[in-house]
Design a protein around this ligand. Structure first.
Ligand code: FES
Length: 320
């Protein structure tokens, strides 16, 4: 879903709180207190930070709460400035332009059970799922939640209550990879449970690799990485559309999706971060530089996710 600021709701910041060191929550309400458009567990909104940047944040409150949205924002001094603006400039009472909720990480209805895996601020969409269960979860569930320390663990108190403790494993690695939690015993034996993982790229890749023998339909990932985020060795390339022969130059710092949209082309997309699968497109010529969490190894030669992936060859041809 392409977000335009004209289509945004003008929501008021009703309260600001601290969920952990460097993580702040913002409660958003309609200025007149009216009900907000409904959302489902795992949904996100795009907000316009006070500095004008558009940023996606998961809604972490219970979807049954109809009069408010709650987001949690981690301060990222090395980011592009959106989180700093939210932390330093967004204040109670201010209006925060906010999109309608969208969900690229929907909770599948199953009786088989859920395995939730969250790293750091990746807890937010999963917390909404857990909160939506209330006192009668539809299926057994277990949360594995990884952070550096208790001080940086958002919602620690809530997740440590006696009611939830049996279902929640919280592990602190002190920022040392050698102390990372070993997920292999959790994922070793595939089942019909659904795995939901949100967190840093390294965690999601580890889960994808360890879960390679699971049914891919049971693995769900959510990421808020920006599709055009540049890596040091990125270079421009050309994308050609097979149907029309039109060619577009994709510069460093922009995604194929960005460029095609700017050129007036319609491309189906949702998460725009390489996790939902909506933008899956056939790759007809050239070699892709895959950056998504969706494609399985046997699909990588002839498919590409234009919202995040780039090219290793000077030109690629895609089936659009
Ligand atoms: Fe979700 Fe590309 S839009 S994977």
């Amino acid at each position: 879903m392409q977000i335009t600021t004209e289509a945004m709701m003008q929501l008021r910041i009703a309260s600001v709180g601290d969920a952990a060191n460097g993580i702040r929550t913002f409660e958003l309400r309609a200025a007149d207190g009216a009900e907000l458009p409904p959302f489902t567990p795992g949904a996100h909104v795009t907000v316009q930070a006070p500095n004008g940047m558009l940023r996606k944040y998961s809604l972490c409150n219970d979807p049954n709460e109809r009069e408010r949205y709650v987001i949690a924002v981690k301060r990222d001094p090395n980011g592009q400035g959106g989180s700093l603006s939210m932390h330093d400039e967004a204040r109670e009472g201010m209006i925060l332009p906010t999109s309608l909720p969208d969900n690229a990480f929907p909770l599948v209805d199953t009786r088989a059970g859920y395995i939730f895996i969250a790293g750091g601020i990746g807890i937010t969409p999963i917390l909404s799922m857990i909160r939506s269960f209330g006192e009668l979860p539809p299926a057994p569930w277990k949360l594995y939640y990884f952070t550096q320390s208790p001080e940086t663990t958002a919602f620690l108190e809530e997740l440590s209550t006696p009611e939830l403790r049996a279902n929640v494993v919280i592990h602190h690695d002190c920022g040392d990879a050698a102390q990372a939690f070993d997920l292999w015993p959790v994922l070793e034996r595939p089942s019909s449970k659904h795995i939901y993982c949100c967190g840093p790229r390294g965690l999601m890749e580890a889960v994808r690799d360890m879960g390679g023998h699971w049914n891919s339909a049971n693995l769900h990932f959510e990421s808020f990485a920006q599709g055009g985020a540049a890596r040091p060795d990125d270079r421009p390339f050309t994308v050609r559309l097979a149907a029309s022969g039109r060619e577009f130059e994709v510069p460093v710092g922009q995604s194929i999706l960005d460029v095609l949209r700017a050129g007036g082309c319609e491309v189906r997309a949702s998460c725009e971060s390489g996790t939902c699968g909506t933008c899956r497109t056939r790759l007809l010529e050239g070699v892709a530089d895959h950056r998504d969490m969706v494609l399985m190894p046997d699909e990588m030669d002839d498919h590409i996710m234009p919202c995040v992936s780039r090219a290793k060859t000077d030109t690629i041809v895609i089936d659009l």
